[in-house]
Write a protein that binds this ligand. Structure first.
Ligand SMILES: Cc1ncc(COP(=O)(O)O)c(C=O)c1O
Length: 320
């Protein structure tokens, strides 16, 4: 299959051993896959998705990208950077109130030249995104709509091929653990697991959605995405491992668990997590280790999905 793809991510991302964290937790061997180092504008998981999404946009003759998310969306920051890199316009629909002094991801969105539309209430985001898209079409701006989180069947391909990359790195891991939200990373890994024959388990720690929602979303997306690789595979909910135990505080709400995870990674490994996604996913992994969920002789690979700029957002900066 000739799937349109651009190559701008710094790949393969390195895999490192977190031996001091392993020792501290007296747990299984912990590895980290550094997708916070994918190269585009502070990196993160969206870079892999955007290699496929921007390729599709260019193939369709698009002249601008439109996407949406939270005010501190990592996805939107990387989308804006990719648009700048390929000479495309970019409009972002962000829910939240524009602060007097934008910080972190929002500051970066502006630096990449994105036009920003803010809406106070998330409930109106879909509608505003659609209106923005329709207006751009009417004005002849040839927009390409990037689904929230880049989690479309096309975007998920980024993580199907990330699984291939991991297998080519010849590192043994019994478990892959990561944060899952809009489901594209998760769906890609589940698809890649099947297509490329990964023998371990792929466990998504939910950031903000119930387990059942995530399983339905990920299995559906993986099935649709498989068609793009040449042959449909029908995934079911039972093919998806997800854990909703760690998202009860709500999206972006810092609890002691995220604080502890961010501090442990920083103090023991000199490694930065973000407060919203990788902090929560790592907190889940740490709790599961403490509960003896993984066997001591197993190896757990924590897939770092990025998000570091959020550490400097006014919302989180002094709260860790
Ligand atoms: C840093 C980070 N990690 C994980 C995720 C979740 O990835 P997905 O939306 O593919 O589930 C996101 C999504 O925005 C993110 O920014």
């Amino acid at each position: 299959m000739n799937i349109p793809r651009l190559h701008f991510a710094h790949l393969p991302t390195p895999i490192e051993e977190l031996s001091r964290l392993t020792e501290h937790l007296n747990g299984p061997k912990i590895l980290v896959k550094r997708d916070d180092q994918t190269g585009l504008a502070f990196g993160g998981n969206k870079t892999r998705k955007l290699e496929f999404l921007v390729a599709e946009a260019l193939e369709q003759g698009a002249k601008m990208l439109i996407s949406g998310g939270a005010l501190q969306s990592n996805h939107c920051r990387q989308t804006a950077a990719a648009a700048a890199r390929f000479g495309l316009g970019c409009t972002l629909v962000l829910n939240g109130v524009m602060p007097d002094e934008p910080s972190a991801n929002l500051l970066l969105d502006q630096m990449f030249g994105a036009e920003i539309v803010t809406i106070a209430d998330r409930a109106h985001r879909d509608q505003t995104l659609q209106t923005t898209y329709d207006k751009a079409i009417a004005e002849g701006r040839k927009p390409y709509l990037v689904t929230y989180g880049g989690s479309s069947p096309t975007g998920a391909l980024g993580y199907a091929y990330a699984m291939k990359e991991l297998m080519e790195q010849n590192v043994h891991a019994d478990w892959i653990v990561f944060g899952s939200s809009s489901g594209g990373t998760h769906a890609g890994l589940v698809l890649g697991q099947r297509v490329f024959g990964y023998k371990g388990k792929v466990l998504g720690i939910s950031i903000d959605e119930p387990e059942e929602w995530l399983k339905a979303r990920v299995s559906g997306l993986a099935s649709e995405s498989s068609e793009k690789m040449g042959e449909r595979i029908d995934f079911t909910r039972d093919d998806v491992l997800a854990n909703e135990e760690y998202c009860r505080a709500g999206y972006g709400v810092l609890t002691d668990a995220e604080r502890e995870a961010v501090k442990l990674f920083a103090k023991l490994e000199g490694l930065l997590l973000d407060p919203v996604y990788t902090g929560r996913a790592a907190a889940g992994m740490i709790d599961l280790i403490r509960k003896g969920f993984f066997k001591k002789e197993e190896t757990v690979l924590f897939w770092h999905t990025g998000g570091r700029p959020a550490l400097f957002a006014e919302k989180y900066a002094n709260k860790i």
